[in-house]
Write a protein that binds this ligand. Sequence first.
Ligand code: G3P
Ligand code: MG
Length: 241
Amino acid sequence: MLRLPKVIGHRGAAASAPENTLESFERAALLGARWVEFDAKLSRDGVVIIMHDDTLDRTTSGRGPVAKADWSQISRLDAGAWFGPNWRGVKVPRLDETIALLARLGLNANIEIKPCPGREVETAAAVIEVVREHWPKDREPPLLSSFALESMVVARDLAPELPRGLLIWDTPEIWRSEAGRLGCLSVHFSGRSLPRDLKAVKQAGLGIAVYTVNDRRKARRLLDAGVDSIISDSPDTVLAA
Ligand code: G3P
Ligand code: MG
């Protein structure tokens, strides 16, 4: 049985710190979140890093595809200045150092496996390897999710002991066929595309998370409708709801 928190900080606390950075996870903790969500992918040389996009352009001082950059290059980039001058010098974190910080802060995680195209299998395998090596054995394990069903199959087969959440974008009804097949304990729906019958998801014994909700009233409505967890850029806003 998976116990989801009422709020999960999206990319940390993406509304008030540069997303997917250690600083963003610290901010989420400060704002009261007990869990954070972040996106994990591979550098060219196979290091698991935390970044959303397939290219470096939007959130770092680098250019071009992540899949063509080695960790030694990525580690030198600025991942904070795009968000504001006060964040200059913030770095792209690796998954292992992220896990170490979460352990210090007492945070749990929804690790979204976000492979660059064509790297679905190796990304999932690499995430699992890092989690196995670094996630503290005495803590509740992280929840793995992915839009990439191929990555979810790898997670199911390589690490059946790690809980999985089915992440869905615009075809909410696929929870009916995919959640069971992939052995998921929760389904993560987009707030813009919810299933016709949320109660049926609950009745199937699945937890429900909805992303990305930053509006307090919408969060309240969803929680009242039976949603377990709101994934939000602004965890303090949801907690206030
Ligand atoms: O995991 C929920 C959410 O993060 C999925 O969408 O694009 O923000 O990674 P995205
Ligand atoms: Mg994500």
